[in-house]
Design a protein around this ligand. Structure first.
Ligand code: PEP
Ligand code: MG
Length: 746
């Protein structure tokens, strides 16, 4: 049976190849394909539906349905049987379509005459491109061999689509990778940039999906797999004495590279008429489809190992990829599905912009991009499949918009915007050395957030009065192993040197939640954001905390030192941490090291509970810094990493402002210095409102200091406070509208 299907699908692929070889326009090719498939499988209907846009499928060619319905019939993803195949990425095979779940009657096609339906997704590497359908009068269920044959054909159609086989005159499809495309994502670092695409991991193009000579393809596959295995063995050999987790990953690679099942499936695909590359890609596509469904973290990791291995194999087979030696363009805009902070740091400031298909605003890659002040858009769906190396691209980090291969009008408008931004920067530069004093004479301290050495030049350029938050975990996150104390001493020393006596608030290690150290065993926690993180880890594993405190004291080397503990939820945690500082100080004294000239110890208020701590806590604590990102997430119970809920609750919501008011009052009673260091401090409108509520020190990214200062210098905080209180008194949910009205009039 398999024999006969093998030759059936091979025959079908052979005929398909002939159809593709001719010099026909795109539509004619697609028409011919549907005709051939219906003829070979013995059905009355064969149709190809392709995506017009993100959620609309269009009937692009059909043998057997009404000719007039081609390019007229459209459906949304999830609608009807075809829409369901596309939505779930799964085959639907039914002998009685009109009574199948989800069936939608489309009179224009005349399809009520057909009983059985077999639809398979047309997808390439997990990207859904359309649906291939056969239908017949008789009530039959298609055999698994027929399903397989259709899947193979669908994959070839996907490859051909990618290669632009259906475009040109009489096009069935609009040309992929040629049109101007506008993609909307999420703004993660402001700024606008124009440049050319640099794919972090260039996609491999399979130029011939058909096996001209199956035996030769089998040999090519065997040789490439052998090459791959040798490469993995070599990596293992080099890493023998290295990191244990890296070794585990490589062992998993070796296991896959030697997997008989994987090899057998690819050999079968070749026997059925696919080229070696297409066979690898077919298996990779299926692994990706499983990856998108897999819930289990371990399984997901293994599937992505397999994905990576398939990429390597494809590169060996096609000679494409990293080995092509393509040069980074002069104005590179990095495009990737996702990227880790360490890899991003390697590119460094060479990049003019970054666009990620996944990622999130709070991710570490985003934090690094911010530190480097590179415009970043995350969540830009389809970018990694749409963009090709060298494409002209414009990134709007303010609006979260990406223009790929923009047309002239867009280019003109975008360049105007870049020029305007440059003008604004000049304006900010002119007030850089002026203090931020409001019209009613209140002085607001503007300090900056940092975390990398790369941030420190900004201390001068931005006019920041100091560093209000130095996130020390970044240094731990971008490495493959725990940094040594001496390395930390050297780094902190450089930070203090670069600050030239300005105050730097070092926050102790804030790990856990989304910040998982690559070399620490991950904790499988159901809710990591509410889990074992920050000071909780520090107190439970005091060794790391002590090492860091020691490093900070030695770096201070007789200079003033400021330390703050993240995520303090109750007073006792602060006290325990402060005791650690005292003990460390004593140990340093005994060891004969120079002690800091002065030592300030503060707590970050990031959970609502701390705002309601006994007043004694506010008396005792050296200073309080509100971590608005976390505080907001816990106050509204809205995950800061979840794009769906992140923006649902306004920071100018009166409940949140009342919490801020309470914190300001409690600190004022004790005379405790207070600052705010979440992202909102860097948003001009939010910042002036926080200042009006009594937050007189704001810590933000360096690039925000200019815009925030510029607005602060134009407002009267007492008036603004009255506007906020009146809005709250009226019962508004958020004071934003009232504030905007006031700001428009100043
Ligand atoms: C915060 O939570 O507001 C904060 C400043 O800390 P991070 O963003 O590093 O969690
Ligand atoms: Mg925080």
């Amino acid at each position: 049976m398999v024999e006969s299907t093998e030759s059936e699908s091979r025959k079908l692929l052979g005929r398909l190849r002939e159809a593709m070889a001719g010099d026909n326009p795109g539509q004619a090719r697609l028409d011919k394909i549907t005709h051939l498939i219906a003829d070979s499988i013995g059905t009355q209907v064969c149709s190809v539906y392709l995506f017009r846009d993100d959620d609309t499928l269009e009937l692009c060619a059909s043998e057997g349905l009404n000719v007039e319905s081609v390019h007229q019939t459209r459906m949304r993803i999830g609608e009807g049987l075809v829409g369901r195949v596309a939505k779930f990425g799964k085959v639907i095979n039914t002998p009685d379509a009109p009574n199948a779940k989800g069936f939608r009657y489309m009179p224009e096609t005349g399809e009520e005459r057909f009983s059985s339906f077999l639809g398979v997704p047309i997808q390439r590497l997990g990207e859904m491109l359309g649906v291939l359908v056969v239908q017949s009068n008789d009530a039959r269920e298609f055999s698994s061999d027929a399903v397989y044959a259709l899947e193979v054909v669908a994959m070839v159609i996907a490859e051909m689509t990618e290669l632009g086989a259906f475009v040109g005159e009489g096009a069935a499809l609009s040309p992929l990778h040629q049109q101007a495309v506008l993609l909307s994502g999420t703004a993660a670092q402001e700024g606008a940039a124009e440049g050319h695409v640099w794919l972090h991991e260039p996609r491999v193009l399979v130029t011939n999906p058909f096996a001209d000579d199956p035996e030769r393809e089998q040999v090519r596959l065997c040789e490439a797999v052998e090459h791959l295995r040798m490469g993995v063995d070599k990596m293992l050999e080099i890493s023998q004495n290295g990191d244990k987790e890296q070794l585990e990953v490589l062992e998993a690679y070796r296991m896959f590279a030697n997997s008989k099942g994987w090899m057998r499936r690819m050999e079968e695909d070749i026997a059925r008429g696919l080229s070696a590359e297409a066979a690898v890609e077919k298996e990779q596509s299926q692994a990706r489809a499983r990856l998108s469904q897999a819930q289990d973290a371990y399984l997901r990791e293994r599937l992505s190992d397999l994905d990576d291995l398939s990429n390597r194999l494809l590169r060996i087979l096609t000679g494409q990829g990293a080995e092509t030696g393509a040069d980074l363009p002069e104005d590179p805009i990095l495009v990737a599905r996702n990227i880790g902070p360490a890899e991003l740091l390697e590119y460094g400031r060479n990049l003019k912009g970054i666009v990620l298909e996944e990622g999130s605003v709070g991710s570490h890659a985003a934090i690094v991009a911010r530190a480097l002040a590179i415009p970043l858009v995350v969540n830009a769906k389809r970018i990694s499949t749409e963009a090709l190396n060298g494409d002209h691209i414009m990134v709007d980090g303010e609006q979260g918009v990406v223009h790929l291969r923009p047309d002239d009008t867009v280019v003109g408008a975008f360049r105007d915007k870049i020029a305007m931004l440059a003008q604004a920067q000049q304006r900010y530069a002119s007030i850089r050395d002026k203090p931020a004093i409001t019209l009613d004479g209140q002085k607001i301290n503007l300090v900056m957030n940092a975390g990398l050495m790369a941030d420190l030049p900004s201390l001068e350029n931005s006019g920041a009065e100091g560093v209000g938050l130095f996130r020390t975990e970044l240094q731990f996150l971008v490495r493959n192993q725990m940094p040594r104390r001496s390395e930390l001493v050297a780094l902190y020393k450089r930070v203090l040197d670069a600050a030239h006596g300005k105050r730097v608030v070092f926050r102790t290690l804030d790990i856990g939640s989304d910040k998982v150290l690559p070399y620490m065993k991950p904790n499988d926690e159901p809710n990591p954001a509410l889990g074992w993180r920050a000071i909780r880890v520090g107190l439970d594993k005091p060794g790391i905390m002590r090492m860091q405190l020691q490093a900070l004291m030695r770096a201070a080397d007789g200079r003033p030192l400021t330390v703050m503990f993240p995520f303090v939820a109750q007073a006792e945690e602060y006290r325990a941490a402060r005791d650690e500082v005292t003990k460390t100080l004593e140990r340093e004294r005994i060891l004969g090291h120079a002690l800091p000239e002065s030592l300030e110890i503060g707590a970050m208020l990031e959970t609502p509970s701390l705002a309601f701590a006994p007043q004694k806590f506010f008396d005792d604590v050296g200073f309080v810094s509100v971590g608005g990102n976390d505080l907001k997430q816990f106050f509204f119970a809205a995950d800061r990493e979840n794009e769906r809920v992140r923006k649902r609750y306004d920071s100018l919501n009166v409940s949140f402002l009342s919490l801020i008011e309470q914190i300001v009052e409690r600190c004022a009673i004790s005379g405790t210095p207070l600052s705010f260091c979440g992202e909102d401090a860097g948003r001009p409108i939010e910042a002036v409102c926080l200042a009006a509520m009594g937050m007189h020190t704001l810590s933000m990214r360096p690039a925000s200091i200019g815009p925030v200062k510029s607005l602060l210098m134009r407002v009267n905080l007492a008036d603004l406070r009255r506007v906020i209180f009146a809005s709250r008194h009226r019962g508004d949910q958020s004071v934003r509208e009232a504030v905007m009205r006031y700001l428009r009039e100043i």
